[in-house]
Design a protein around this ligand. Sequence first.
Ligand code: CIR
Length: 266
Amino acid sequence: MSGQCPVYRFDAAIVRRPATSVVRGLRAGDGGDPTYEGVLAEQDAYIAALKAAGVAIDILPPLDAFPDSIFVEDPALVFSQGAILLRPGAKSRAGEVAEISSALKERFQTVLQLPEPGFAEGGDILNTSHGVMIGLSARTDLKGAKGLQSCLTELGLKSRIVETPEGVLHFKTDCSLLDDESILTTARLSRSDVFDDFETVIVPEGEEAAANALRVNDVVMVGEQFPKTIELLDKLGYDIVPLETSQIGKIDAGLSCMSLRWKAGD
Ligand code: CIR
């Protein structure tokens, strides 16, 4: 995509402070509750890393009624061209959309709404230089994915619908963008043909959760507890920022989900 700004260039982001209810966040496993202080500390380091990477951050207040509302990536999508309000497939997260709506309307001229029917969560959406990928999952169904495609077309963005491996929460639980041509992913997701038009870097066995990394401007943020992945990416020449994610990891979250990021200026 020569001549265009890479999709991982960001200068603005929204985050939301965790509420004390974050300890009751949704999770598939039984690795114990995170602590509120632990989640807060991980978010503090994340905000500092985004700022150091050149991103201006707006911090929204906590919402005690929504334990997972710190994960602002899921109820909405943002692009330089505009924002899209989604419809989470997780019932307990449905109300997060109305809560983030005014913040987006203040910042974007165009704010679209996912048409009825169907569900889609931002964790299933990977923006790449080859277009937007929409992963079908337990949270994003075909009707939601098709409705989202119509919104993306309205914003001038091309997209395609792909599958998420069975039992994986979100499409991006298992992948992230490294640069215009490269994706970090798990062996299980790379076995499908979804990344045929990219170079893939496979996370080492046992470090599957490292696949939810985050490329922001010149750096790649990676979970600090994944040393093999960090070494691999370092050897490939990426500028790595390790960040602790063990507390948010207890509620099935990784680095992409704690912010909505976009390029506001030219
Ligand atoms: C949930 O299950 O919805 C939250 N506990 C975790 C959401 C993680 N979101 C993401 O990776 N985009």
